[in-house]
Ligand binder design. Structure first.
Ligand code: GAP
Length: 491
């Protein structure tokens, strides 16, 4: 039973230290969230799982970490300055400002935005589009709003000086493209190979919301996979979709809550020839099945658009350089085929925060104990659980028991994330650990002092086992470690 809605996770996340509303002491900052002690561990575990899977377990992918602020020209030639915008409208009644293409009535029934007869402003003026806040159809015409966050570089910079203008990156991908040759030559890579990067991206979203699903600052896990111009690009998209579906399932997400969305041609980003989105059921409470889904990640065929447009050599029909600012040619020489070309790119782009939300929603469950009390159990996959084992003394006023429990915690810490907790009765302590997804509770009792053994309780079954302290680390590691990575078999 996954979480019935996002609100259930918002409340659990705040109550148990996963995610807090940001800047709360000043009334908050709509759409910004801070990750607490458990949230930061969960995010790190998601990112590590991804990095291990792509960069360590495969032999054809390198990692990098590029700057967040890049030369402004990167965003000029990537096309983001000209096209990275969303349509914006204001409601004349309630004064809300909204993203137009997400409103009811914006698109004609059954028709798509790109059809030649589609005229958004005509529809807005005819009162066919509804305000998401108050339902009024008294909306302004749409206008385009570039979503890149602007900043100025240098201490003496005048805020309006175009020479000082810079942007916070809206995707991590461009940092990969501009480093393509650096990575390829230093690591002596031959095509096909990929470059992965995880890091923050920023978008001045018009209507952020739904907790960590859509925020203005978020983290992406992106990988650009470089292939030959004559590779089977559309098939490769399908292959990466299949791999990622398995990776998400390996994180504990039920296949029932994942679906695919082939992005219609006229909604593709300017660089894409094909994009398939993997969608997660973030809104199970909505009665209409088609409204339950939202994008978890996208897998795009970006052609050679980016490498070509950042390169110095390509010319237009008149023989003029398309990019007169670039000092490098990002083409690749294939010494077997004796050919030079711009590699084509398959890009799986996933969001850390959306993955974390999907994982939390899918892990949520409730269980009733023999006293009839309902408890929340977060059935996180052990690889993702923020804490792997909680060491609990049965009697906190018994120094020998406390001493033994603390020593066990210290001995486990080098091999797995363990905590010591004596802030409540054992029933309460178990319940707290269940609620944050800790797979194992280790209880030290009076008998432990005699037999050097402890009770290991399983989060999901509540079954208990007596284990010798000397065998404990190995026992827990065995039960934690072989978490399946079904995607590995497909590689
Ligand atoms: N480089 C391609 C690219 O950035 P995208 O579909 O715009 O593609 C990839 O973004 C992923 O980044 C999305 O599928 C989503 O998981 C995440 N993402 C994008 N915008 C986001 C936002 N405002 N808040 C949270 N995550 C976001």
């Amino acid at each position: 039973m996954p979480a019935p809605n996002i609100d259930t996770i918002v409340s659990l996340a705040k109550r148990r230290g996963f995610v807090f509303p940001s800047s709360e002491v000043y009334g908050g900052l709509g759409s910004a969230w801070d990750y607490g002690p458990l949230g930061v561990e969960l995010c790190n575990n998601v990112k590590q799982s991804w990095w291990r899977w792509l960069v360590y377990e495969r032999d054809d992918i390198e990692g990098i970490d590029s700057s967040i602020i890049l030369n402004r020209l990167v965003w000029k030639y990537s096309g983001h300055e000209a096209t990275f915008h969303d349509p914006l409208v204001d409601c004349r009644e309630c004064k809300s400002r909204m993203r137009a293409d997400k409103l009811e009535g914006y698109f004609p029934e059954g028709a798509e935005s790109g059809s030649p007869s589609f005229d958004a402003n005509a529809r807005l003026r005819r009162g066919l589009v509804k305000c998401a806040q108050c339902g009024s159809t008294n909306l302004t015409d749409e206008r385009y709003f570039n979503m890149m966050f602007r900043t100025t570089l240098g201490a003496a910079a005048d805020e309006d000086d175009p020479a000082a203008l810079a942007y916070l990156r809206p995707e991590t991908a461009q940092g990969i493209f501009i480093n393509f040759l650096n990575v390829q030559t230093t690591m002596r890579r031959k095509i096909p190979f990929g470059i992965a990067q995880v890091g923050k991206s920023f978008r001045n979203e018009i209507t952020p919301g739904n907790f960590i699903l859509r925020t203005r600052e978020f983290e992406q896990m992106e990988m650009e996979y470089f292939v030959k111009p004559d590779a089977e690009h559309l098939k490769l998209v399908d292959e990466w979709v299949a791999l990622y579906l398995e990776w998400f399932k390996g994180l504990g997400i039920d296949a029932e809550n994942l679906t695919l969305h082939e992005v219609p041609e006229n909604e593709l980003a300017h660089y894409s020839k094909r994009t398939v989105d993997i969608m997660y059921r973030y809104f199970p409470e909505r009665p209409e099945e088609e409204r339950q889904w939202e994008e978890l990640m996208g897998i795009a065929y970006r052609t050679d658009f980016d490498l070509r447009s950042h390169s110095s050599k390509p010319t237009d029909a008149e023989g003029n350089r398309v990019n007169p600012d670039s000092t490098e040619d990002l083409s690749y020489f294939d010494d077997l085929a004796k050919q030079r070309f711009y590699p084509h790119v398959i890009e799986p782009a996933a969001g850390v925060n959306r993955t974390v939300l999907a994982v939390l929603m899918d892990a949520y469950s409730e269980k009733t104990n023999d006293k009839g009390e309902t408890r929340v159990i977060l059935k996180l996959s052990p690889q993702l659980a923020p804490i792997k084992a909680a060491i609990l003394p049965l009697a906190k006023n018994k120094p020998e028991i406390v001493g033994m429990a603390k020593a066990i915690k210290r001995s486990l810490q080098p091999v797995l994330r363990a905590v010591y907790d004596d802030t409540g009765g054992i029933g309460k302590l178990y319940a707290r650990q269940d609620e944050i997804g800790t797979p194992f509770c280790v209880t030290v009792d009076h008998q432990s002092l005699e037999d050097e053994a402890v009770t290991v309780r399983d989060r999901d079954t509540w079954e208990q086992e007596r284990i010798k302290v000397s065998d404990l680390a190995e026992h827990l590691q065995k039960r934690l470690k072989p978490y399946p990575n079904p995607a590995a078999e497909l590689m």
